[in-house]
Ligand binder design. Structure first.
Ligand SMILES: [Zn+2]
Length: 117
């Protein structure tokens, strides 16, 4: 049974943010993580490890709570995000969409106008 996520214990340096979900999904892609529905139940998934060949973790999708995973990031570090959950949520079309946020794109004229206000 996957450990329940306790939101009060989420480390401050591991926020539940769309950007971190996107990065986790990218790590799942580059790590060759594979996702398998277990027994035809769309709430239970087996997800292969990105770092440990031959290993897999169970991810449970729950309608009333955050998804759970058996991996170390979820159970030991209490991280609300891991590559396994990101891979499953992406498969289900439930991953938060993150649009690239360019840096320093504000034209200087706009900055000048803003400063004049
Ligand atoms: Zn995991």
């Amino acid at each position: 049974m996957a450990q329940m996520l306790d939101a009060t214990k989420v480390p401050v340096n591991r926020p539940n943010s769309p950007v971190r979900w996107q990065r986790a999904k990218e790590r799942a892609d580059t790590g060759g993580v594979q996702v398998f529905c277990v027994g035809g139940d769309p709430r239970v998934w087996a997800v292969t490890s990105a770092s440990c060949p031959g290993a897999a973790y169970i991810v449970e999708i729950r309608p009333d709570a955050a998804p759970t995973c058996q991996c170390k990031a979820a159970t030991k570090k209490n991280d609300p995000i891991c590559v396994h959950r990101a891979a499953v949520l992406h498969r289900l079309g439930m991953l938060p969409i993150v649009h690239a946020m360019p840096v320093n794109v504000v034209p200087l004229g706009v900055v000048g106008a803003m400063a004049a206000d």
